[in-house]
Ligand binder design. Structure first.
Ligand code: ATP
Length: 222
């Protein structure tokens, strides 16, 4: 469903953006676990159109959106939101959050990100403004090391981290909740490589995504 069709009744909305090239079980699993911690029933899934930090997107927006929509059909927690694909400008997270909070001014927003993105959070465009719009929910892969996080982000974490979801819910925005996700050491890059090397079933993507990729001949060597 496109962004115009979304109807949200809850007061708390998860927001999860990414290139999703392709979307995989690490994405689905980590956010599902985080949503369970917070008791969220709605997470917007936003494929990015022009990722500011990436120049090697391989599948078209159309295909990445279609795969995200399939995940939403199989997991009622997720609602697909195509607003970043509609915008003719880089998909900066702050722009997306401002748009979402204008649509839902009374809702608290929880932005989900993986630890590999969080480690450099203070280099994100207008990161201070991002924290005025939402809480950050960071999924840490098991055995992460705090020293991988850049110094300014470590400082931010020591000021803003809360240890329980109930502490988070005392505030409208600006707090960081970090949780350790189950072991899903997978990335889209890895999956694209695997797809080029084997025809066998991959464990790290849902079968319906694998079928879509096959049907549309995505990620093949040229
Ligand atoms: P790529 O390998 O192409 O860089 P990716 O697998 O990291 O892709 P993205 O679409 O770039 O996927 O990531 C979207 C978000 O999902 C980011 O916040 C990223 O940190 C998070 N993420 C990616 N993989 C995982 C995983 N296995 N577990 C938890 N979070 C993840």
């Amino acid at each position: 469903m496109g962004s115009k069709g979304i109807s949200i009744n809850t007061h708390e909305i998860g927001v999860f953006g990414g290139t999703f090239d392709p979307i995989h079980n690490g994405h689905i699993q980590s956010v599902t676990e985080g949503a369970r911690h917070l008791n969220l029933t709605k997470v917007l899934l936003l494929p990015a159109h022009i990722p500011p930090h990436k120049s090697n997107v391989i599948a078209s927006s159309k295909h990445r959106l279609a795969m995200a929509e399939m995940v939403c059909q199989h997991h009622p927690l997720f609602t697909c939101d195509d607003r970043e694909l509609q915008r003719q400008a880089p998909s900066y997270t702050i722009d997306t959050l401002i748009e979402i909070s204008e649509c839902y001014p009374k809702n608290t927003l929880y932005l989900f990100i993986g630890m590999d993105s969080f480690i450099n959070f203070t280099t994100w465009y207008r990161w201070q403004d991002i924290l005025k719009q939402c809480h950050l929910i960071v999924s840490a892969r098991p055995n992460y090391v705090i020293t991988d996080i850049n110094q300014e982000t470590q400082q931010l974490l020591s000021q803003s981290q809360v240890n329980t979801p109930s502490m988070l819910k005392k505030h409208k925005a600006g707090k960081i909740y970090l949780f350790e996700q189950s072991d899903f050491l997978v990335s889209s890059t890895e999956i694209r490589h695997q797809l080029q090397q084997t025809n066998e079933r991959l464990d790290n993507i849902p079968d319906y995504i694998a079928q879509y990729i096959k049907a549309h001949k995505l990620y093949q060597l040229t």
